[in-house]
Write a new protein. Sequence first.
Length: 454
Amino acid sequence: MKKILYSLFALAVSAMTFVSCSDVPEPYDNPNNGKQTTKPEVVGTPSGSGTQAEPYNVAAAMQLIKAAKADENTAPMYVKGTIVEIKDNGNNKFGNATYYIADSKDATQKLMIFQSLYLGNKKFTTGTELKEGDEVVVYGPFVNYKGNTPETAGKGATYIYSLNGKTAGNTTPAVSDNSASNPYSVDKALELISTGKATENEVYVKGVITKVEYYNTKFSSLTYYISDNGQPGKELQIFSGKSFNGAKFSGKSDLQVGQTVVVQGVIKAYTNSKTGAVTNEMDKENKLVSVNGKTELQPGTTTTPATPATNGSLKIDGTTVTLTNSAVTAGTETVTLDLNAANLSDNQKEMTVTFSDGSKVIFEGNGEQNVPVFMSKSKGVRVYKNNKMTFEGKKAIAKIVFTCDTYKGEKYVGNAEATITFEGKKAVYTNVFNGTTGGGVQLRVQTITITYAN
């Protein structure tokens, strides 16, 4: 009887409990009823100074990057944040990672760390070095890509300075304070290349145009040269460059000799696989940042260099090339140089050779990737398109005669549009080629005879 009474009591309590629960209103909106609210935006308060001791937080960095010009790198800076998403863990052939950082794991404002390197400016190796929730300080330049995506400059331009408070120790900054407003000089760029310190990161270089060499009609790009003083010599080739923001050039006249430009791109030493000739250049895909301090082209604004004193005449007859200075009367004194007997080494490039009477001929690449080279099998010096030969005579020069090589019926006498200028004791021959493809005709000069003026 007692067990029956306990059972009836339990049933009564259960019934009361179900009734009571159904009468209590829900303390929240039921998502199944379509009443779920949107998560509010969480943005940090900007702080920091961008230094190693006081890195920017993400909010401050985003503010600064968004205010920068589109596609123009900022000065290198330190930015601190928490990894909230990993897009590429660095297990790739480049050893760089792409991920997002924020001021906290709950923050909605995220900054992309794009193609960045690991601690100590080293490559990622395993792909397991990072995880969400890690706190990092990233160092390097940032960019407002296309004007709407704040991120780090890519291709390993940045690296992790510290990870969860730990640094690599003795970390050398990946980049200097090089920027559009603080570009390298040409001399500095050449120094970085020659010492092996040039990287795959883009840099800014400022210089004066010494020569606008070639307009590529296929790519609408220009190849030109810059130096610090506007004079030939210590030059950097700007290879297949584009205009502002990567826009196309319309022709050779878009840039002028004497204009001061700032150019952005990757600097390197290019080695011609066929000749071994090395050219210090800013690689293709480079772009203009300014021309004479402005962000617009100024075609035709500079003075054309003075025309040399005398334009000589050029005559090709078989394998003989004759250069004549019509402004003087030829005398009887001559000197002949046999290049095959001039103690030159096979494959020697860009050389100066002295005649028996002290006169000289200087072979120069003139900015071309293929430069003059002595080839013992052809018993002379090969002069390629736009290469230059400068003669420094002991007296005023009236005439110069080349004898040239021939092979399988082809006469290597240079291009018909080649030029010769005379100015007293000096003469300059340039194997000019104006075509858009190829290199025209080589000049394979074996002997040179100078006739002096009366």
